[in-house]
Design a protein around this ligand. Structure first.
Ligand code: HXC
Length: 257
């Protein structure tokens, strides 16, 4: 891996992926995205890992797709490169993903953060969809996920002006879960990951899938989907462990089975 660092055992049951093109503010070139896709697939298949944190550095989570790599491409080139199949695979990660964001999360960087399930932001975070300023528009879910997260009026403003919002605004807008001082953002993301890692990983995976389904379907279909995943949790040993632990007034020990 050249452009990301993967720590499989960052904490118990938690993996950490660091985007690592610091000189380019972690601009998301095709190789980086391919490495990220491969790492997430690997972590999804690793039974020891229950939660994955994706982060950048203090200055940049990611300043967007790599403009230099795209600048001379035609529409047909872009179609053939088909970078979004990589994004689609990333989106299908089953385990909970937390974005720990400091500095720039712009364009594809903001879209990557929104592809994660939760966002912890530092006070220095800057979120935005500035593609309009370079003559294009969001392409990795920005017009869809941002609108669902913050509503039409705010999404239109951000997408049409390209202006940035702070971590604090991101929380007010419902885009991020929490904003903390810059020294704390990874710690805070880790605390959140640790809390989730104590739960049944099977229940967490099915619950994530169900919440995401709410964006893609009508209520009736979504409720049916949720119900089936709910029933499925009863196929796990973790379900009886969780319920018995409650009755026996002890902490559950989930095994992911
Ligand atoms: C390629 C980038 C880059 C990017 C920064 N760099 N962003 N390279 N693609 N998206 C490079 C710069 O060229 C520069 O390298 C180095 O990183 C530092 O950047 P500076 O501009 O010198 O830093 P600063 O003055 O602090 O400004 C930071 C910034 C600015 C405001 C974030 O870099 C910026 O506006 N970046 C572009 C943001 C953007 O438009 N993102 C959307 C991209 S389109 P050199 O070697 O030149 O010094 C997109 C589409 C997504 O994301 C859909 C498909 C996935």
């Amino acid at each position: 891996m050249e452009f990301i660092k993967v720590n499989y055992e960052y904490k118990k049951h938690i993996a950490l992926i660091e985007l690592n093109r610091p000189k380019e503010l972690n601009a998301l070139n095709l190789q980086l995205m391919g490495e990220l896709r491969d790492a997430l697939k690997d972590l999804d298949n690793n039974d020891e890992v229950r939660v994955i944190i994706i982060t950048g550095n203090e200055k940049a989570f990611a300043a967007g797709a790599d403009i230099k790599q795209m600048s001379d491409k035609s529409a047909v080139d872009m179609l053939k490169i088909d970078q979004f199949s990589t994004w689609d695979q990333i989106r299908k990660t089953k385990k909970p993903l937390i974005a720990a964001v400091s500095g720039f999360a712009l364009g594809g960087g903001c879209e990557l953060a929104m592809t994660c399930d939760m966002i912890i932001a530092s006070e220095t975070a800057r979120f935005g969809q500035p593609e309009i300023k370079i003559g294009v528009m969001p392409g990795a879910g920005g017009t869809q996920r941002l609108t669902k997260a913050v509503g039409k009026a705010r999404a239109m403003e951000l997408v049409l002006t390209g202006r940035f919002i702070s971590g604090e605004e991101a929380v007010q807008y419902g885009l991020a879960n929490k904003v903390v001082p810059v020294e704390m953002y990874l710690y805070e993301a880790t605390k959140l990951a640790e809390e989730i890692a104590e739960m049944s990983p099977i229940a967490a995976m099915l619950a994530k899938e169900s919440v995401n389904r709410s964006f893609e379907t009508h209520l009736d279909e979504g409720l049916t989907f949720e119900r089936k995943n709910f029933y499925l949790t009863f196929a796990s040993e973790d379900q009886s462990e969780g319920m018995n632990a409650f009755i026996e007034k002890r902490r559950p020990q989930y095994k992911g089975r």
